[in-house]
Write a protein of this length. Structure first.
Length: 165
């Protein structure tokens, strides 16, 4: 009989331990942890804010890229115009040199040709016009490059919100 009493005692002890384990498992909160829910909501809010910030930065970046592209296109157009004007100056100078050479030859022969003098004067006049147009195009290109620098030079430096991150 002592064997039965011993086994009964052991079974009772085991059943008590099982009951205690079940109490521990069943004693936890039935619903989600409020602290975890708050932390999850905070993370969701932070994620939404970061997503919006990335979207705003991308929009700003796209706008700045478009502005820079427009400035590059304008600068390329000015450089093309300057190149056209410089080619015009070169042609005019070549014509002027040819007219002066013809006038020099006519003077060496002792024959003053009025049409050569007129031709030389017209070539010189065209050269002056081309030089002026070239100067205007060059000045315009320089002003276009300096204007943004001068606009920002007068303003005090103000760090943006993105630089503070």
């Amino acid at each position: 009989m002592s064997n039965i009493d011993e086994l009964q005692r052991r079974i009772t002890t085991a059943m008590d331990r099982v009951a205690q384990g079940l109490d521990k498992i069943g004693g936890g909160p039935a619903g989600p942890d409020p602290e975890m829910e708050q932390a999850l909501e905070d993370e969701r809010t932070a994620n939404a804010q970061l997503t919006e910030r990335v979207r705003a930065l991308k929009t700003k970046s796209d706008a700045e890229n478009a502005s820079l592209r427009a400035q590059i296109d304008e600068a390329q157009a000015r450089i093309s115009q300057l190149d056209v004007e410089l080619q015009r100056v070169r042609r005019s100078n070549t014509q002027l040199s040819e007219a002066c050479e013809a006038l020099r030859e006519a003077n060496e022969e002792g024959v003053g040709e009025p049409h050569l003098i007129n031709k030389a004067m017209l070539a010189e006049l065209e050269g002056l016009r081309a030089a002026r147009a070239s100067d205007v195009a060059e000045t315009s290109a320089i002003l276009a490059a300096l204007t943004p620098l001068l606009d920002t030079a007068g303003k005090p430096y103000e760090p943006s919100n993105e630089e503070n991150v």
